[in-house]
Write a protein that binds this ligand. Structure first.
Ligand SMILES: [Zn+2]
Ligand SMILES: [Zn+2]
Length: 281
């Protein structure tokens, strides 16, 4: 795994790789725009791209991924909101393309009472519409598995499979696995046996080649709690063993794997040190 953390773009995109280096990252995750607003954002200029790519190089960052805006709900039952979501998603794709970032990680969304089947179908339709509209041919869309809070879909591996099956462009889709979300959704990865059982289900439902990125978070909530609350590595319900299994899993050796634990850069640095200690030489 290429280990790292989610870093801030406050002060400009080019600040993120610097923060990444200070934390000790091989990989970083960023928001390419404010994660909590859907309104118009400043376009990315050629100057921004140059500074960003220089900063990646200078700071030794081997992989960068982008997480989309949290407010995008590709399966909202409100027609107007689906349109807003798709417009924002297309913009996210084009920003990723401009920055030379291949992996765009997103949440499938919440059906808000309309049912999971309808939600999954609408997500696939939204993805197809965005893929066909965006000028972003190199961007791979990574569906993130969810904890299953409220009416969010994507908390079962089969949901992720279903979205890929329903899409007309499955070759443009991949998966990002979040350890906290897996556990909160009922996938018990605390022991070696549990981990291998869950991973064989990942292999069957999704295929290891389609798992392209990871979020490494411990979980405040117990197994199957459907609670999405991240905790520092080793301080939550998962303990260190799960992360030892993950960081040493040869199937995921080339995947960027970023922390989204609480706190700021000093806490990320501590968590990342711990993860690196777990890597077997
Ligand atoms: Zn996420
Ligand atoms: Zn989460």
């Amino acid at each position: 795994m290429l280990l790292g953390a989610h870093v801030s773009i406050a002060g400009g995109l080019h600040e993120a790789p610097k923060a990444g280096k200070w934390i000790g990252c091989d990989a970083i995750q960023i928001f390419s725009r404010s994660p909590r607003m859907l309104r118009y954002t400043k376009p990315i200029t050629e100057g921004d791209v140059r500074l960003w790519q220089e900063a990646l190089r200078e700071n030794g960052i081997k992989a960068a991924v982008i997480h989309t805006n949290y407010l995008i709900n590709l399966c909202s039952p409100l027609k107007r909101m689906v349109k807003v979501a798709r417009d924002a998603f297309v913009e996210e794709m084009e920003r990723a393309q401009a920055l030379g970032v291949q992996l765009l990680i997103f949440h499938p969304g919440a059906h808000m009472g309309k049912g999971e089947e309808k939600g999954l179908k609408l997500v696939a339709e939204s993805l197809d519409a965005c893929i066909e509209r965006a000028n972003a041919p190199d961007v791979v869309l990574c569906i993130e598995n969810m904890a299953g809070q409220g009416s969010t879909i994507g908390y079962k591996l089969e949901h992720l499979r279903k979205i890929m099956d329903l899409s007309k462009h499955p070759e443009r889709l991949a998966v990002c696995l979040d350890s906290c979300h897996l556990f909160a959704a009922g996938y018990d990865i605390r022991t070696r046996d549990g981990y291998e059982t869950v991973m064989s289900r990942v292999g069957e439902a999704i295929g290891f080649d389609r798992v392209r990125a990871f979020h490494l978070n411990d979980s405040k909530g117990p197994v199957n709690s459907r609670v999405d609350r991240h905790e520092h590595i080793g301080k939550g319900k998962l303990k260190e063993d799960t992360f030892r299994f993950l960081v040493n899993d040869a199937r995921f050796a080339t995947c960027p794997a970023v922390l989204e634990t609480p706190g700021e850069d000093p806490e990320f640095r501590r968590n990342l040190k711990l993860l690196r200690r777990l890597v077997k030489p």
